[in-house]
Write a protein that binds this ligand. Structure first.
Ligand SMILES: [Cu+2]
Length: 406
């Protein structure tokens, strides 16, 4: 990590450099013109701590002088987050008034096998250890109150930008936690829909953290639940939470994936790999095969599944092979009526989308990114295994394959 130069505020060791680079990007995103200039590839990365620190300090001061909010009418509840592809226990139609939903997430840095067959692995940066991070579910008008903890043995600082929230870089400007620190952020869910959240420490660290797995989704349901175009209620029996992750894994001169001893050691190589804009992998839920075989999603004929698709960095085109999108919020926002009977839908990089389908036949359905190169070669394939009775009225093999009569 001799590539970096630290301007003397902290000792130049790898840990401190990785921690410090966040401030460059925070300032750039806040509009600091000088800092927004991309760092030339060959130039050392300078860590301009002071201007960014000023910005963050200003946010805190603005809050300190703003009128306090009366939250006495709110009930506090704790949401137990679960690992993908599952969803936390929740109501589809809210009962009672708005709530303060308390959640806790830990920024865990862990070695993750991306593809067992090739030995591809990454020191993933995660929320609660999973890629994607856990799905959070609240209702419009609720508050999300997040306790964000960074374990003391972490190598890097982290934060969180909730696209569903309003202000302070989505909370990113108020949640920087260094190893051994924790913070609490509360934000009001004023827009219904599914939204991405992701780490955004600053500068090149933003895509570095996002493409190391540090992203997930929040679902903000309308208080009276989902509706079709005519305003009729839509309900689901289960949720399949899919996070599509593009990885840019460095390779050696032989084309083998490189391995590293600790989180952050791949930083320089990763930046070079990211600059190609060509992912080595695009996988669902962290690894090739995370949603196939024994890990396949399960459903029954007649079951209605809400498929949530999160892609924090890159465009995707979900398609359910053998089925359809009965109701699709392809931009993920429930304030808009859903599109109906979709074949393939589009998830803009940096967003989440939602689709409802009721299974009508048993069997295996492939849920893919219908850029089929990405599905078959880069890993973006999951399976639904559906049980139930076959319906010949919908499909029947009239003649099994046999030699043609010539
Ligand atoms: Cu991070």
């Amino acid at each position: 990590m001799t590539k970096f130069i630290n301007p003397g505020l902290v000792k130049t060791n790898r840990r401190n450099v990785l921690r410090g680079t966040m401030l460059a990007g925070a300032a750039a995103m806040a509009g600091g013109a000088a800092l927004a200039t991309p760092t030339p590839r060959s130039a050392p990365m300078i860590t301009p701590r002071k201007p960014a620190a000023k910005f963050i300090q200003a946010e805190a001061q603005a809050q300190a002088t703003a009128p306090s909010v009366d939250l006495s009418g709110y009930t506090r509840v704790t949401q137990e987050l679960v690992a993908p592809p599952f969803a936390p226990a929740h109501e589809q139609v809210a009962t009672g008034g708005p709530k303060i939903v308390e959640i806790t997430m830990e920024t865990q840095e862990r070695l993750l096998t991306v593809d067992e067959d090739t030995g591809a692995e990454i020191w993933a940066l995660t929320y609660n250890g999973s890629v994607p991070g856990p799905l959070i579910i609240v209702h419009e008008g609720d508050y999300v109150e997040l306790t964000l903890r960074n374990p003391v043995d972490s190598m890097m600082e982290h934060n969180i930008d909730f696209h569903a929230s309003t202000g302070a870089l989505g909370g990113g400007g108020l949640t920087h936690v260094f190893p051994g620190e924790e913070t609490v952020l509360r934000w009001k869910a004023i827009k219904p829909g599914v939204f991405t959240y992701h780490c955004a420490p600053g500068g090149a660290m933003i895509p570095y953290h996002v493409t190391h797995g540090m992203n997930g989704a929040v679902m903000v349901l309308p208080r009276d639940g989902l509706k079709d175009r005519a305003g009729n209620p839509l309900t689901y029996d289960s949720i399949a939470y899919v996070g599509e992750q593009d990885f840019y894994l460095p390779m050696d001169e032989n084309g083998d994936y490189k391995t590293y001893e600790a989180a952050g050691d791949d930083y320089s190589d990763s930046v070079d790999a990211m600059r190609t804009l060509t992912p080595t992998h695009s996988v669902f839920n962290g690894s090739v095969g995370a949603l196939t075989g024994e890990n396949a999603l399960r459903a029954k004929v007649g079951e209605t599944v809400l498929m949530i698709h999160n892609q924090a960095n890159r465009d995707s085109r979900p398609h359910l092979i053998g089925g359809h999108g009965d109701f699709v919020w392809e931009n993920g926002k429930f304030g808009n009526p859903p599109q109906t009977d979709m074949e393939t839908w589009f998830i803009r990089g940096g967003s989440a989308g939602a689709a409802i389908y009721t299974f009508k036949q048993p069997g295996v359905y492939a849920y893919v990114n219908h850029n089929l190169i990405e599905a078959a070669l880069l890993g973006a394939t999951g399976h639904f295994v559906v049980e139930g009775a076959w319906d010949n009225a919908l499909m029947e093999q009239v003649v099994a394959p046999k030699s043609m009569d010539i």
